[in-house]
Design a protein around this ligand. Sequence first.
Ligand code: GLC
Length: 432
Amino acid sequence: MSELDEQAIEILQKNDRGGYTVPTAKLYPYQWNWDSAFVALGFLTFDRDRAWREVELLLEGQWQNGMVPSIIFRRNDPDYFPGPAVWRTQTNSEVIPPIASTGISQPPVLASIVLKMVSSGNDQDLQRADTVFADILKWHRWYQTERLSPVSGCVATVHPWETGRDNCPDWELGLDTMQVDPELEPYVRQDIKHADPEQRPSKLQYDKYISMVKYGREQGWNQKTITTDGPFVMADPGIHFILLRANRDLLEIARLLGKAEAIIEIQRFIDHAVEATEYFWNDKLGAFTARNILNGEYSNGVSSASALCFYADVGSELQRDRTLQNLTRISKQVQYMLPSWDPDGTNFDPQRYWCGPVWPQMNYILSSGLEEQGHYALAARVRQDLSRLIEKSGFRECFNPLNGDGCIGTDFSWTAAIWLAWASPSTQEMAA
Ligand code: GLC
């Protein structure tokens, strides 16, 4: 075990709050949805029971309608904004989350992580998967019943934070077609106290983010209304591909558990998503990109989510070829793959949040997809680049793709987890 492996374990232990892990102290002091899923993979390398606890505690926050929220506020931390008093999800009698939480979800990578936990384990792991299976299926069903946009035929997202790629230039399309709520109460941001404002979203963006929360609150977090009438309704290739892959993986778990009815239901989700993929195809750019469902407009850049078509195993040969051409073009412009936003796109910024930096969890899933589809050289580059970044700059939240500097949070849980599970040379040797 290397020194970095030891450091990664220490970070996970330090960020452990008793069965769930915070992404990093101070900046993100709660349990985040997709962070926890990736974190479980890290724990899996040295404490399987603890890995399952992470998954189980995440599902404790699941709403009755099936949604698993993006953040679970187990205890109030005044140092974080917007906290439970702003989301106010527990005041509505129809939904009442079991634990205070946000009113939106996050990329549903959990089923894919659970399949990894099962396939690397034994009967006990399969039994534990059985206890969470119904909840995960319920979450996936929620996308079909509450979040399907009748206009686009695909799952819609109603807040940039739900995509996990919070301030990617993709979302400018949707932000441009909405107004800041004129009655927005004054608020104090906490994120810029803990991180460099230059690397965080702007004031106007933030006003719009909080206006969307106000709107959701006023609708009593009725997800159908928010999806059909809300101020921000977009299609995200990230959520689409991750959910499609998660359904394929959930189907595999259903087979292992012999769940006949679920198999039929999940297969329907998959067929539907494969068909809906066309909505994302941006022929001008030669990639699957985000779209504003409210006016059909396409995004003007390739993002790291565009590359997830391989992970979802979807798209025609031509669409995949053109996506690969884009990735090859981008690979020549950066030292480290894959930037979250196209260096040729407007608003590329190598240090600002999702406008350029490389994100560890994205490298992991997109490289896995490329490898599964036989694009070995590119897959290896994406993996090696993440190892080099962590070796150079430590366990940061994300990294500058041009010079490898670490950005935003430090001692970051998913970076440590992805290191242990996938990027560390010791793990790569074991897998070889
Ligand atoms: C940021 C990221 C989001 C992540 C969260 C906690 O908001 O954009 O993807 O889940 O931090 O790490």
